[in-house]
Design a protein around this ligand. Structure first.
Ligand SMILES: Cc1cc2nc3c(=O)[nH]c(=O)nc-3n(C[C@H](O)[C@H](O)[C@H](O)COP(=O)(O)OP(=O)(O)OC[C@H]3O[C@@H](n4cnc5c(N)ncnc54)[C@H](O)[C@@H]3O)c2cc1C
Length: 429
């Protein structure tokens, strides 16, 4: 078995602290939200701002799920290029989603500013880096698609990208100045705090156990009380704990791990991502790297750290560090953690009707900071007004995902195989 002991850097170092007591008895509200990640917290904040009486129930603590574990890249759009999104959804809906998510980083950074959220936000852009010459061709195509839509993106050749990142191990990059980085746990905790300041009531350590509509309102039952509300949002995504009475989110669980070094010294910090852009690459098994505010370097990729073969991911991380920045090959790795991504088969998020004034949102497929924030604001509008057209995506009557267990095993086995092959190609780093 693996000797994995989780140390989530974001949770340990968060500058924003948020605590809420469990639900203590029955209550009623206009809107009950299940799940205290950034979809739930963004919805709570925006709904409370609209004057709704909001209750949010979180099974563990705010930011327990993907929202407190992610890389913190606040990107525009989804992982899929915009032409593919329009091909999948049709030109009109695809264009609407592309446009809404092009503005997602602006929505995130303006919320951070407006509510004074302490999450070390850095809006210096992100770099989508080419991990190979063919990866650069992918970036060239993405660049062309974005420019056609008026995005201020810039294609950097190998020399420019190397100067920008301080690593010789990349073949070019696509720079997006709209984007940036945040410390995700702190961002989510800050949204929760802002929601409470606007009048929302949040309860941690309060798992929803059963959800029913009694003909006139939703009833969310927990072991310490029941909330009765006209409207319901299920925002449990990849961390959904079983709840009876409603269909849970359907997705394939895919893990993503991260390792963080100890803080770099003054001589090193000037050479490693001096502009502090967040980076992700063009690999089929995607890798990401960035710095935090204390000067640690983080590297991560697809994979879980809690199974017998996961030592290979740790070896990959060590080697990746040495290939990207040879002077860091012996830099200690102090933090290691992973998180679960809700992947859908078309890589598009899903918004699903659960019944009258009831919605579930899930399936961000690894790109949820901007989309979760934007969909949270839209959910507040939709659930206040009863209008589904508040969302930039159609609301579905149901969604199912097939062969989930097999696809999950394929993702993990594929990531291990890819990391082993990559280490073989970089054996002397
Ligand atoms: C490792 C990793 C890296 C990622 N990197 C990025 C990135 O760099 N950029 C980006 O945009 N996106 C990234 N993502 C995706 C992004 O983090 C997620 O899409 C987003 O956080 C989802 O937010 P959420 O609020 O919908 O779900 P979550 O944050 O998972 O929140 C769901 C919450 O529901 C609670 N819950 C579950 N069941 C119940 C119940 N029965 N009762 C009450 N509460 C319940 C859980 O405890 C959890 O807190 C990454 C994801 C992971 C895992």
């Amino acid at each position: 078995m693996s000797a994995y002991v989780e140390r989530n850097l974001w949770r340990e170092t968060t500058p924003e602290r948020f605590e809420a007591t469990p639900l203590g008895g029955d209550a009623s509200a206009d809107l009950v939200i299940v799940g205290g990640g950034l979809t739930g917290c963004s919805t709570a904040l925006h709904a409370a701002q609209r004057g709704l009486d909001v209750r949010l129930l979180e099974a563990e603590h705010v930011a327990h799920g993907g929202s407190g574990r992610n890389v913190g890249l606040v990107n525009a759009g989804l992982w899929m290029p915009p032409d593919d999104i329009e091909a999948e959804l049709g030109p009109a809906v695809g264009a609407q989603l592309n446009e809404a998510l092009a503005g997602a980083p602006a929505a995130v950074f303006s919320l951070i500013e407006r509510h004074g959220i302490q999450c070390h936000a850095v809006r210096n852009g992100t770099l989508h880096v080419a991990h190979s010459k063919s990866g650069f061709e992918d970036l060239r195509s993405r660049h062309e698609q974005q420019v056609r839509r008026g995005a201020p993106v810039e294609l950097l050749d190998a020399g420019q990208a190397r100067a920008r990142t301080g690593t010789a191990a990349i073949h070019g990059a696509l720079f997006d100045p709209r984007a940036g980085t945040i410390e995700p746990f702190a961002y989510c905790a800050g949204l929760a705090r802002a929601a409470v300041e606007q009048g929302a009531k949040l309860h941690e350590r309060t798992p929803a156990q059963e959800i029913r509509h009694d003909g006139s309102a939703w009833q969310v039952h927990t072991s310490s009380g029941t909330i009765r509300a006209r409207a319901l949002l299920l925002a449990t995504n990849a961390y959904h704990d079983s709840v009876s009475g409603v269909a849970g989110p359907a997705f394939t669980p895919v893990h993503f791990f991260q390792f963080a070094t100890t803080p770099l010294g003054p001589g090193q910090i000037d050479r490693v991502l001096p502009g502090q852009e967040g980076c992700w690459d063009t690999g089929t098994v995607m890798a990401a790297f960035r710095r935090d505010a204390a000067g640690r370097l983080l590297v991560g990729s697809i994979g879980a750290l809690d199974h017998a073969g996961s030592g290979l991911h740790r070896s990959w991380a060590r080697r990746k560090l040495a290939v990207l920045y040879p002077e860091l090959k012996d830099q200690p790795l102090e933090h290691a953690w992973h998180g679960r991504i809700a992947m859908t088969r078309d890589h598009l998020p899903k918004i699903v009707h659960l019944g009258r004034d009831g919605l579930a949102i899930f399936g961000y497929s690894g790109r949820g900071i901007g989309p979760g924030t934007v969909f949270g604001a839209a959910a507040a509008e939709a659930l206040a007004s009863g209008r589904d057209d508040a969302f930039p995506l159609p609301v579905l009557e149901g969604y199912d995902e097939r062969a989930v267990g097999m696809r999950e095993r394929c993702f993990e086995a594929g990531a291990v195989a890819d990391h082993v092959a990559w280490m073989g190609r970089h054996a002397f780093a």
